[in-house]
Design a protein around this ligand. Structure first.
Ligand SMILES: *[C@@H]1O[C@H](CO)[C@@H](O)[C@H](O)[C@H]1NC(C)=O
Ligand SMILES: *[C@@H]1O[C@H](CO)[C@@H](O)[C@H](O)[C@H]1NC(C)=O
Ligand SMILES: *[C@@H]1O[C@H](CO)[C@@H](O)[C@H](O)[C@H]1NC(C)=O
Ligand SMILES: *[C@@H]1O[C@H](CO)[C@@H](O)[C@H](O)[C@H]1NC(C)=O
Ligand SMILES: *[C@@H]1O[C@H](CO)[C@@H](O)[C@H](O)[C@H]1NC(C)=O
Ligand SMILES: *[C@@H]1O[C@H](CO)[C@@H](O)[C@H](O)[C@H]1NC(C)=O
Ligand SMILES: *[C@@H]1O[C@H](CO)[C@@H](O)[C@H](O)[C@H]1NC(C)=O
Ligand SMILES: *[C@@H]1O[C@H](CO)[C@@H](O)[C@H](O)[C@H]1NC(C)=O
Ligand SMILES: *[C@@H]1O[C@H](CO)[C@@H](O)[C@H](O)[C@H]1NC(C)=O
Ligand SMILES: *[C@@H]1O[C@H](CO)[C@@H](O)[C@H](O)[C@H]1NC(C)=O
Length: 814
């Protein structure tokens, strides 16, 4: 019997491949949902597919030889097909169309221009991955080709850039997500304003600049080296501007992809592991972000603070610069005034500035180039346009130089215009002309400094006397005058921190309620004194965090420092913590299911903002029910989110020997080994979800039957298809069963034992919002198994669960 079945399968399979191993599509021929076209060497395959977890159907091209379905091109990106009653055909005019076979209506077509008079069009899939439509027998001049409509992938041999004759451009556009090939936000293209350069854009904004091609590589990737897998070239002439790479070793599979996250990745197929590995990627560190340091600033990832003004330049706004707000950039220390004595300093090992406002000539020499720059007062810098060989060509910049970064080696060289006084090497006469006034100036400065010091000392002595009289008023010694943070008369506002006004105890200290003189209610957190952070760093962090704005984060209004005492001032949340509702038997009914669902979605969005969207990339590390505050409209706001960063900033590294957090919410790898990541926050979020649904505390909960915590209990119920038993009784009829089940499912995905299995917050939000199928959760962390027997012997551990609320801050001996 089994033998027979086996044979039938084989025969069937053989017939399928024989019947549809065609690599052409002629007119009148249709390609159905279950059929594909295969290229002559069986490298690529074209057909219908569904990406990731999506149920939508698309027409695409993927590798035939790679077991993992890897789509390199999609036809109907923005018009997904919702069922299988569809077919792909080629019209007599040479237009590819996707048609609904039920209604006959056209859902997608390759082109709307019917100007070509074509006799006998035929479509064929080539081994390069290109699908072309051409006159039969004429493959050289296709009337349409998929390579002209690149999606997110650049295959070997494809030109990325401009055909200046036809005006056609080819660039990559990311998918919206791994499940959705629709046009995403990110694109990778060659910008031909000024000297051509490669850029990644998010919408209209540049997020990364690979920079101009210097003859050997993109200036932003100086360490890109020839390798044994592929070679690459950049062509710039009157007809074309393009980048292209070709396989050197034809047996490898490699592709360049712009990911939905905006990262540009070069992937290499590792056949032994059956996976794509990242050969290199762009946008890997802070200095890769576009224009971090502003005009004439340079970014050096190895030298914090990463931004520095180039030599001969100073911060435009020293106050902003000091607090790491570099957006205003730098300016010439001595302004330029088009004086003929102006010259150029040489700067080496850097990424050339943005060339959108530049000019070039590929045949000029460097001497001609310098002369040209010097005679035009709006020219700010010059260099070789091609460093290969002896160097050639001329590249001039006009206007501010932006997006410069320093490399440790192999970077480019640029000559920047400076006033005579800032030049490194000068003729002896000009040196003398400069030195004499300088010596004089120096003397004047010394004298003024002495006078200033004396004056200041006198002033300080006067102040000191005044200060002693009001030592307990932090206002007098609060944040220095150099930064703009709101300052508060705190001791007064909080009624001298009276215990009556105490709202609670947070992870890093007690919280008091206060009222400002203008009547605004605030919450004041008084921090302990154990922070290792210096005062300036603390202030910087607080300022940065106070700039984070999201409707699901509690707003930090300011800080206050008095000696070792530090205080943070937050907006006041009238409905207090979420714990005061869901764990309170008298108040739990106030939160019905729609409100709870609204809350858990809000928390997810706030957390996503911390993880991805904010400038700081914060890992919360102590996400729990009591850190979720509710405003008067029951909108959830995450609190304490900047604490991990402000209060021991240097620990934000992925591994710590000081574990801060709360038992019951800590991911196993964090509680055990101190390893934290956004995925440990995801774990805590999962616990939160289960607590919100069930109204039970994870840690306090012990199931009598199988001696598991809430997570384990939820996991067991889920596997027995009884998840609804987990739902808090008080929710009663308000629940939406599919939302509840989905939330529990997502919660279980978040608490999976292995961090790599847990979804990111982006996926969490998508999973909560969508209706599609979800991956099956694996065993959660801290799952002790189903121990019905053992449960009877032990009940003593019930007692330890009462301190669920307290954050711990323990030092591990390691
Ligand atoms: C396509 O079908 C039409 C009508 O059935 C027929 O006239 C035409 O010859 C066919 N073309 C090809 C290439 O088979
Ligand atoms: C493809 O599906 C159609 C109906 O949807 C069926 O008639 C046809 O036999 C199928 N072809 C193969 C090769 O399975
Ligand atoms: C085709 O049309 C039918 C009838 O309108 C519709 O039910 C079906 O969803 C359509 N299929 C696609 C793929 O659009
Ligand atoms: C063809 O499509 C282009 C863009 O997709 C559009 O701008 C143009 O108006 C269309 N032409 C016709 C005749 O529909
Ligand atoms: C582009 O930048 C502007 C200003 O910084 C911002 O308002 C806008 O949201 C950005 N657009 C995208 C798509 O990121
Ligand atoms: C750069 O110079 C090298 C050698 O002089 C030359 O072969 C190459 O074509 C030049 N590249 C460009 C883009 O001009
Ligand atoms: C890259 O390698 C291919 C295949 O070996 C070769 O044909 C091509 O000329 C090389 N291109 C460059 C720029 O070296
Ligand atoms: C580039 O410079 C050369 C030599 O100075 C000159 O002959 C040529 O016309 C210039 N080309 C352009 C496009 O300006
Ligand atoms: C300087 O260069 C700019 C930009 O190319 C140009 O518009 C301007 O005419 C030039 N000025 C002089 C004096 O050559
Ligand atoms: C150049 O930067 C200065 C300040 O650094 C700014 O005032 C000016 O507007 C900038 N110029 C351009 C063209 O962006």
């Amino acid at each position: 019997m089994t033998k027979l079945l086996f044979c039938i399968l084989i025969v069937l399979h053989a017939s399928i491949t024989r019947a549809f191993a065609a690599h052409t599509l002629s007119t009148n021929q249709t390609l159905r949902h279950n059929e594909t076209i295969i290229s002559p060497q069986e490298t690529f395959e074209l057909g219908f597919f569904s990406p990731g977890n999506s149920l939508n159907i698309y027409v695409g091209i993927w590798y035939k030889k790679i077991s993992l379905r890897t789509v390199v091109w999609v036809a109907n990106r923005n018009t997904p097909l919702t069922d299988t009653s569809v077919e792909l055909t080629l019209t007599l005019q040479g237009v590819l169309i996707i048609r609904n076979t039920t209604t006959g209506s056209i859902i997608w077509y390759s082109t709307n221009s019917s100007l070509t008079s074509v006799m006998n069009p035929v479509g064929q899939l080539l081994d390069t991955g290109n699908f072309i439509v051409s006159e039969e027998g004429d493959m050289i001049n296709p009337i349409w080709q998929s390579f002209d409509f690149l999606t997110d992938t650049l295959l070997p041999g494809v030109k990325l850039g401009w055909n200046l004759v036809t005006g056609k451009e080819r660039h990559l556009t990311s998918w919206k997500s791994n499940d959705d090939p629709a046009f995403g936000e990110f694109s990778y293209s060659i910008d031909k304003n000024g000297y051509p350069q490669s850029i990644i854009k998010e919408g209209q904004n540049i997020t990364f600049r690979g920079g101009p091609w210097n003859g050997l590589t993109y200036t932003g990737s100086p360490n890109l080296k020839p390798n044994r897998y592929y070679n690459y070239t950049f062509v710039l002439n009157q007809r074309e501007i393009y980048y292209q790479y070709n396989l050197v070793d034809p047996s490898v599979f490699t592709r360049l992809v712009i990911q939905p996250s905006g990262r540009l990745e070069r992937l290499l197929w590792i056949d032994s592991k059956k996976e794509w590995s990242v050969y290199f990627s762009r946008l890997t560190d802070r200095c890769d972000e576009y224009d971090v340091c502003g005009s004439f600033g340079s970014c050096n990832i190895n030298k914090p603070p990463i931004c520095e003004c180039l030599k001969g330049f100073e911060p435009t706004s020293p106050d902003h610069w000091r607090i790491t707000d570099w957006s205003q950039g730098c300016r010439h220390t001595t302004p330029l005034d088009c004086n003929p004595a102006e010259g150029f300093n040489k700067y080496s090992n850097l990424k050339l500035p943005d060339t959108r406002e530049s000019w070039y000539n590929q045949t000029m020499t460097l001497t001609e180039c310098k002369k040209m720059c010097k005679t035009n007062c709006s020219c700010t810098a010059y260099t070789h346009s091609n460093i290969s060989g002896p160097g050639s060509g001329c590249l001039l910049w006009f206007g501010n130089l932006t997006d410069i970064r320093m490399f440790t080696q192999n970077g480019d060289t640029i000559y920047i215009r400076l006033s005579a006084s800032e030049l490194d090497s000068k003729s002896s006469w000009s040196r003398v002309r400069v030195i004499i006034p300088m010596a004089f100036a120096f003397l004047v400065i010394i004298v003024s400094i002495c006078i200033f010091y004396r004056f200041n000392k006198m002033k300080q002595q006067q102040h000191g006397r005044a200060g002693n009289e009001s030592r307990n008023d932090p206002e007098n010694t609060s944040v220095g005058e150099d930064i703009e943070l709101p300052q508060f008369g705190l001791a007064k506002a909080t009624n001298n921190f009276s215990i009556n006004g105490k709202l609670g105890e947070g992870g890093f200290g007690p919280v008091y309620k206060g009222v400002l003189e203008n009547g605004q209610e605030i919450a004041v957190k008084r921090l302990g004194v154990t922070s290792a952070q210096g005062l300036p760093e603390f202030k910087n962090e607080v300022i940065l965090i106070s700039k984070l704005q999201h409707r699901n984060l509690v707003k930090l209004l300011g800080c206050c420092i008095d000696g070792v005492e530090k205080m943070l001032i937050y907006e006041f949340m009238s409905n207090k913590g979420l714990d005061s509702f869901i764990f309170d038997k008298t108040r739990e009914e106030l939160l019905d299911w729609p409100t709870r669902y609204h809350i858990l979605n809000g928390i997810a969005r706030g957390l996503l903002y911390l993880h991805q969207d904010s400038r700081l990339r914060i890992i919360h590390r102590d996400l729990k029910v009591s850190n979720i505050l509710l405003d008067k409209d029951m909108n959830p706001k995450i609190s304490d989110f900047g604490m991990a960063k402000t209060f021991g900033g240097s620990q934000i590294e992925g591994k710590t020997n000081k574990v801060v957090g709360t038992y019951g919410y800590m991911a196993p790898e964090y509680a055990g080994d101190g390893i934290f990541s956004i995925k440990s926050d995801v774990y805590s979020f999962g616990v939160l979800v289960l607590e919100i649904v069930s109204g039970e505390k994870n840690r306090g909960f012990i199931n009598r039957e199988h001696y598991n915590n809430l997570i384990g209990h939820a996991w067991i119920l889920h596997n027995e298809d009884k998840s609804l038993q987990l739902v808090a009784k008080c929710l009663g009829k308000t629940i939406n069963i599919s939302q509840v089940l989905r939330s529990i499912h997502v919660g279980l995905l978040c608490v999976q034992r292995h961090p790599e299995d847990r979804p990111t917050m982006t996926s969490v939000i998508m999973m909560l919002a969508s209706e599609g199928p979800l991956p099956l959760p694996k065993e959660p962390g801290f799952y002790v198994g189903n121990m019905k027997q053992k449960a009877i012997q032990s009940s003593s551990s019930n007692g330890t669960s009462s301190n669920n609320e307290l954050s711990i801050s323990m030092l591990q001996g390691r």
